[in-house]
Write a protein that binds this ligand. Structure first.
Ligand code: CP
Ligand code: NVA
Length: 308
Protein backbone atom coordinates (compact mmCIF):
# COMPACT_ATOMS: atom_id res chain seq x y z
CA UNK A 1 0.00 0.00 0.00
CA UNK A 2 1.22 3.54 -0.75
CA UNK A 3 2.40 5.32 2.37
CA UNK A 4 0.07 8.03 3.60
CA UNK A 5 2.37 11.01 4.18
CA UNK A 6 0.85 14.30 5.34
CA UNK A 7 3.21 16.79 3.71
CA UNK A 8 1.00 19.19 1.76
CA UNK A 9 -2.60 19.48 0.65
CA UNK A 10 -1.83 19.06 -3.04
CA UNK A 11 -1.22 15.34 -2.69
CA UNK A 12 -4.30 14.59 -0.58
CA UNK A 13 -7.80 14.23 -1.99
CA UNK A 14 -10.44 16.70 -0.79
CA UNK A 15 -12.59 13.77 0.36
CA UNK A 16 -9.74 12.44 2.54
CA UNK A 17 -9.21 15.88 4.08
CA UNK A 18 -12.93 16.07 4.82
CA UNK A 19 -12.74 12.67 6.55
CA UNK A 20 -9.83 13.88 8.70
CA UNK A 21 -11.67 17.05 9.70
CA UNK A 22 -14.87 15.19 10.60
CA UNK A 23 -12.90 12.63 12.59
CA UNK A 24 -11.14 15.41 14.51
CA UNK A 25 -14.47 16.91 15.50
CA UNK A 26 -15.92 13.53 16.43
CA UNK A 27 -12.93 12.57 18.61
CA UNK A 28 -12.93 15.96 20.33
CA UNK A 29 -16.63 15.63 21.22
CA UNK A 30 -16.21 12.03 22.41
CA UNK A 31 -13.76 13.04 25.16
CA UNK A 32 -15.29 16.37 26.17
CA UNK A 33 -14.69 17.05 29.87
CA UNK A 34 -12.22 14.18 30.32
CA UNK A 35 -8.85 14.69 32.04
CA UNK A 36 -6.37 15.43 29.28
CA UNK A 37 -4.10 12.51 30.06
CA UNK A 38 -6.84 9.87 29.77
CA UNK A 39 -6.56 7.57 26.78
CA UNK A 40 -9.42 7.61 24.24
CA UNK A 41 -12.00 4.82 24.57
CA UNK A 42 -10.69 2.65 21.76
CA UNK A 43 -6.96 3.53 22.12
CA UNK A 44 -6.68 3.33 18.31
CA UNK A 45 -2.89 3.79 18.17
CA UNK A 46 -2.01 1.46 21.06
CA UNK A 47 1.28 -0.22 20.24
CA UNK A 48 2.34 2.56 17.83
CA UNK A 49 5.23 4.98 18.37
CA UNK A 50 5.65 8.52 16.99
CA UNK A 51 9.07 10.20 16.67
CA UNK A 52 9.20 13.99 16.46
CA UNK A 53 12.18 15.90 15.12
CA UNK A 54 12.48 19.66 15.56
CA UNK A 55 14.95 21.81 13.65
CA UNK A 56 13.08 24.90 14.89
CA UNK A 57 11.37 25.94 18.11
CA UNK A 58 7.84 24.84 18.91
CA UNK A 59 5.29 24.99 21.70
CA UNK A 60 1.94 24.03 20.15
CA UNK A 61 3.16 21.47 17.64
CA UNK A 62 5.38 19.73 20.17
CA UNK A 63 2.87 19.46 23.01
CA UNK A 64 -0.20 18.81 20.90
CA UNK A 65 1.41 15.95 18.97
CA UNK A 66 2.81 14.49 22.17
CA UNK A 67 -0.49 14.62 24.06
CA UNK A 68 -2.43 13.60 20.95
CA UNK A 69 -0.38 10.45 20.50
CA UNK A 70 -0.75 9.62 24.21
CA UNK A 71 -4.53 10.10 24.03
CA UNK A 72 -4.58 7.70 21.09
CA UNK A 73 -2.82 5.14 23.27
CA UNK A 74 0.57 5.42 21.53
CA UNK A 75 4.12 6.32 22.53
CA UNK A 76 6.24 9.36 21.62
CA UNK A 77 9.92 10.23 21.32
CA UNK A 78 10.90 13.90 20.85
CA UNK A 79 14.31 15.22 19.76
CA UNK A 80 15.69 18.45 18.44
CA UNK A 81 17.89 17.96 15.41
CA UNK A 82 20.80 19.47 17.33
CA UNK A 83 20.70 16.49 19.69
CA UNK A 84 20.80 14.07 16.76
CA UNK A 85 23.49 13.12 14.27
CA UNK A 86 21.27 14.95 11.77
CA UNK A 87 22.63 18.14 13.34
CA UNK A 88 26.18 16.95 12.63
CA UNK A 89 25.60 16.25 8.97
CA UNK A 90 24.06 12.78 8.81
CA UNK A 91 21.79 12.83 5.78
CA UNK A 92 18.03 13.17 6.09
CA UNK A 93 17.72 10.02 3.97
CA UNK A 94 19.83 7.90 6.34
CA UNK A 95 18.00 9.38 9.32
CA UNK A 96 14.68 8.44 7.70
CA UNK A 97 15.84 4.89 6.95
CA UNK A 98 17.03 4.37 10.52
CA UNK A 99 14.00 5.87 12.26
CA UNK A 100 11.79 3.75 10.00
CA UNK A 101 13.26 0.73 11.81
CA UNK A 102 12.42 2.07 15.28
CA UNK A 103 9.07 3.86 15.14
CA UNK A 104 5.81 3.71 13.20
CA UNK A 105 5.45 7.36 12.15
CA UNK A 106 7.54 10.56 12.14
CA UNK A 107 6.58 14.22 12.49
CA UNK A 108 9.30 16.60 11.38
CA UNK A 109 9.61 20.39 11.64
CA UNK A 110 12.39 21.46 9.30
CA UNK A 111 14.02 24.53 7.85
CA UNK A 112 13.85 23.25 4.31
CA UNK A 113 10.71 21.78 2.75
CA UNK A 114 12.95 19.81 0.37
CA UNK A 115 14.46 18.02 3.36
CA UNK A 116 11.04 16.87 4.50
CA UNK A 117 10.26 15.60 1.01
CA UNK A 118 13.61 13.78 0.90
CA UNK A 119 12.94 12.33 4.34
CA UNK A 120 9.53 11.04 3.24
CA UNK A 121 10.96 9.64 0.03
CA UNK A 122 13.53 7.57 1.95
CA UNK A 123 11.22 6.55 4.83
CA UNK A 124 9.22 3.34 4.88
CA UNK A 125 6.75 4.80 7.41
CA UNK A 126 4.37 7.81 7.13
CA UNK A 127 5.85 11.28 7.57
CA UNK A 128 3.99 14.40 8.76
CA UNK A 129 5.08 17.96 7.95
CA UNK A 130 5.15 19.86 11.26
CA UNK A 131 6.08 23.15 9.48
CA UNK A 132 8.70 24.02 6.91
CA UNK A 133 9.83 27.24 5.26
CA UNK A 134 7.10 26.56 2.67
CA UNK A 135 4.06 25.22 4.47
CA UNK A 136 2.27 24.28 7.69
CA UNK A 137 -0.67 22.03 6.76
CA UNK A 138 -1.38 20.68 10.28
CA UNK A 139 -2.09 24.25 11.39
CA UNK A 140 -4.67 24.80 8.67
CA UNK A 141 -6.57 21.62 9.57
CA UNK A 142 -6.94 22.96 13.13
CA UNK A 143 -7.95 26.38 11.81
CA UNK A 144 -10.64 24.95 9.56
CA UNK A 145 -11.94 22.77 12.38
CA UNK A 146 -12.20 25.90 14.52
CA UNK A 147 -14.16 27.77 11.85
CA UNK A 148 -16.60 24.90 11.33
CA UNK A 149 -17.13 24.53 15.07
CA UNK A 150 -17.88 28.24 15.14
CA UNK A 151 -20.67 27.57 12.63
CA UNK A 152 -19.03 28.72 9.41
CA UNK A 153 -19.74 26.76 6.25
CA UNK A 154 -16.34 26.61 4.55
CA UNK A 155 -17.90 26.28 1.11
CA UNK A 156 -18.13 29.82 -0.17
CA UNK A 157 -16.72 31.34 3.05
CA UNK A 158 -14.59 34.46 2.54
CA UNK A 159 -11.24 34.21 4.27
CA UNK A 160 -8.75 37.09 4.29
CA UNK A 161 -5.03 36.77 4.99
CA UNK A 162 -3.07 39.94 5.75
CA UNK A 163 0.65 40.51 6.33
CA UNK A 164 3.44 38.26 5.12
CA UNK A 165 2.61 35.76 2.36
CA UNK A 166 4.49 33.09 4.32
CA UNK A 167 4.42 29.32 4.91
CA UNK A 168 1.08 29.38 6.77
CA UNK A 169 -0.41 31.54 4.00
CA UNK A 170 0.77 28.99 1.41
CA UNK A 171 -1.06 26.20 3.22
CA UNK A 172 -4.25 28.30 3.22
CA UNK A 173 -3.79 28.79 -0.53
CA UNK A 174 -3.47 25.04 -1.01
CA UNK A 175 -6.51 24.37 1.19
CA UNK A 176 -8.80 26.85 -0.64
CA UNK A 177 -9.67 24.63 -3.64
CA UNK A 178 -9.84 21.52 -1.44
CA UNK A 179 -12.44 23.00 0.96
CA UNK A 180 -14.15 25.51 -1.33
CA UNK A 181 -13.49 28.78 0.50
CA UNK A 182 -12.19 31.91 -1.20
CA UNK A 183 -9.01 33.56 0.00
CA UNK A 184 -8.23 37.27 -0.32
CA UNK A 185 -4.59 38.00 0.44
CA UNK A 186 -3.27 41.46 1.30
CA UNK A 187 0.52 41.82 1.34
CA UNK A 188 3.12 44.35 0.27
CA UNK A 189 4.62 43.31 -3.09
CA UNK A 190 7.91 42.25 -1.51
CA UNK A 191 6.16 39.76 0.75
CA UNK A 192 3.57 38.46 -1.72
CA UNK A 193 2.64 34.77 -1.48
CA UNK A 194 4.22 31.94 -3.44
CA UNK A 195 3.24 32.44 -7.13
CA UNK A 196 3.29 28.74 -7.99
CA UNK A 197 0.92 27.94 -5.13
CA UNK A 198 -1.48 30.67 -6.25
CA UNK A 199 -1.39 29.41 -9.84
CA UNK A 200 -1.88 25.79 -8.78
CA UNK A 201 -4.84 26.68 -6.53
CA UNK A 202 -6.44 28.66 -9.37
CA UNK A 203 -5.89 25.72 -11.75
CA UNK A 204 -7.88 23.63 -9.26
CA UNK A 205 -10.70 26.22 -9.41
CA UNK A 206 -9.69 27.83 -6.12
CA UNK A 207 -10.57 31.51 -5.77
CA UNK A 208 -7.48 33.43 -4.69
CA UNK A 209 -7.53 37.25 -4.89
CA UNK A 210 -4.31 39.19 -4.39
CA UNK A 211 -4.18 42.77 -3.09
CA UNK A 212 -1.45 45.11 -2.01
CA UNK A 213 -3.51 46.62 0.78
CA UNK A 214 -4.91 45.07 3.95
CA UNK A 215 -8.13 47.07 3.65
CA UNK A 216 -9.06 45.66 0.23
CA UNK A 217 -8.30 42.09 1.31
CA UNK A 218 -10.37 42.32 4.47
CA UNK A 219 -13.43 44.08 3.01
CA UNK A 220 -16.50 41.93 3.74
CA UNK A 221 -14.46 38.92 4.93
CA UNK A 222 -15.92 36.27 7.25
CA UNK A 223 -12.50 35.47 8.69
CA UNK A 224 -9.42 37.66 9.11
CA UNK A 225 -6.11 35.82 9.55
CA UNK A 226 -2.73 37.16 10.64
CA UNK A 227 0.65 35.64 11.46
CA UNK A 228 3.95 36.94 12.72
CA UNK A 229 5.75 39.40 10.44
CA UNK A 230 9.07 37.64 11.12
CA UNK A 231 8.98 33.87 10.74
CA UNK A 232 11.58 31.48 12.10
CA UNK A 233 14.58 31.64 9.78
CA UNK A 234 13.78 35.12 8.34
CA UNK A 235 16.92 37.24 8.35
CA UNK A 236 15.44 40.62 7.37
CA UNK A 237 13.49 41.39 10.55
CA UNK A 238 13.99 45.15 10.46
CA UNK A 239 12.69 45.55 6.91
CA UNK A 240 9.77 43.23 7.55
CA UNK A 241 8.59 45.08 10.64
CA UNK A 242 8.70 48.37 8.76
CA UNK A 243 7.21 47.21 5.46
CA UNK A 244 4.52 45.06 7.01
CA UNK A 245 3.40 47.56 9.64
CA UNK A 246 0.48 48.91 7.51
CA UNK A 247 -0.83 45.31 7.36
CA UNK A 248 -1.33 44.96 11.12
CA UNK A 249 -4.78 43.82 12.21
CA UNK A 250 -6.30 46.65 14.23
CA UNK A 251 -9.88 47.20 15.41
CA UNK A 252 -10.27 49.66 12.51
CA UNK A 253 -9.23 46.98 10.02
CA UNK A 254 -11.57 44.42 11.61
CA UNK A 255 -14.44 46.90 11.23
CA UNK A 256 -14.11 46.54 7.42
CA UNK A 257 -14.78 42.79 7.61
CA UNK A 258 -18.26 41.23 7.88
CA UNK A 259 -20.18 42.11 11.04
CA UNK A 260 -19.79 38.62 12.55
CA UNK A 261 -16.21 38.16 11.32
CA UNK A 262 -13.76 36.18 13.42
CA UNK A 263 -10.01 36.48 13.86
CA UNK A 264 -7.45 33.67 13.60
CA UNK A 265 -3.72 33.58 14.34
CA UNK A 266 -1.67 30.38 14.55
CA UNK A 267 0.44 31.82 17.40
CA UNK A 268 2.96 32.76 18.69
CA UNK A 269 1.63 36.33 18.38
CA UNK A 270 3.33 39.69 18.83
CA UNK A 271 0.78 42.14 20.19
CA UNK A 272 1.39 45.61 18.78
CA UNK A 273 3.13 44.22 15.67
CA UNK A 274 0.93 42.08 13.39
CA UNK A 275 -2.14 42.37 15.62
CA UNK A 276 -3.41 44.72 18.28
CA UNK A 277 -4.17 43.32 21.73
CA UNK A 278 -7.77 44.61 21.43
CA UNK A 279 -8.30 42.24 18.49
CA UNK A 280 -6.44 39.09 19.55
CA UNK A 281 -7.76 39.33 23.10
CA UNK A 282 -11.18 40.60 22.01
CA UNK A 283 -14.55 38.93 21.36
CA UNK A 284 -13.91 38.18 17.66
CA UNK A 285 -10.76 36.18 18.36
CA UNK A 286 -10.83 32.37 18.23
CA UNK A 287 -7.09 31.90 18.72
CA UNK A 288 -7.17 29.67 21.80
CA UNK A 289 -9.84 27.35 20.37
CA UNK A 290 -7.61 27.30 17.30
CA UNK A 291 -4.58 26.33 19.41
CA UNK A 292 -6.56 23.61 21.22
CA UNK A 293 -7.71 22.16 17.92
CA UNK A 294 -4.11 21.43 16.96
CA UNK A 295 -4.48 18.51 19.36
CA UNK A 296 -7.70 17.15 17.89
CA UNK A 297 -6.83 17.75 14.24
CA UNK A 298 -3.45 16.09 14.61
CA UNK A 299 -4.94 13.03 16.27
CA UNK A 300 -7.09 12.63 13.18
CA UNK A 301 -4.07 13.16 10.94
CA UNK A 302 -2.08 10.51 12.85
CA UNK A 303 -4.95 8.02 12.51
CA UNK A 304 -5.35 8.77 8.82
CA UNK A 305 -1.62 8.32 8.17
CA UNK A 306 -1.62 4.99 9.98
CA UNK A 307 -5.02 3.97 8.60
CA UNK A 308 -6.11 3.16 12.15
N1 CP B 1 1.37 27.45 15.56
C1 CP B 1 2.45 26.68 15.81
O1 CP B 1 2.85 25.81 15.00
O2 CP B 1 3.04 26.90 17.01
P1 CP B 1 4.43 26.32 17.51
O3 CP B 1 5.51 26.97 16.69
O4 CP B 1 4.48 26.70 18.95
O5 CP B 1 4.45 24.82 17.32
N1 NVA C 1 5.13 31.65 10.06
C1 NVA C 1 5.56 31.25 11.38
C2 NVA C 1 4.64 30.24 11.95
C3 NVA C 1 4.99 29.75 13.33
C4 NVA C 1 4.08 28.69 13.84
C5 NVA C 1 6.97 30.71 11.29
O1 NVA C 1 7.28 29.97 10.35
O2 NVA C 1 7.79 31.03 12.16
Amino acid sequence: MTLRHFLDFWSIEASELRTILDEAKRMKAARAGWPKGRVDESAPLAGHALAMIFEKSSTRTRFSFDMGMRQLGGETIVASSGDMQLGRGETVEDTARVLSRFVDIVMIRANSHGDVEAFAEAATIPVINGLTDQSHPCQIMADLQTLEEHGLDLKGARLAWVGDGNNVCTSFIQAAPKFGFSLAIGTPGRYAPDEDAVEMARDLQGRIDLYDSAEEAVAGADVVIADTFVSMGDADAEDRLKTLDPFAVTEDLMSLAAKEAVFLHCLPAHRGEEVDAEVIDGPQSLVFDEAENRLHAQKAILRWCLNA
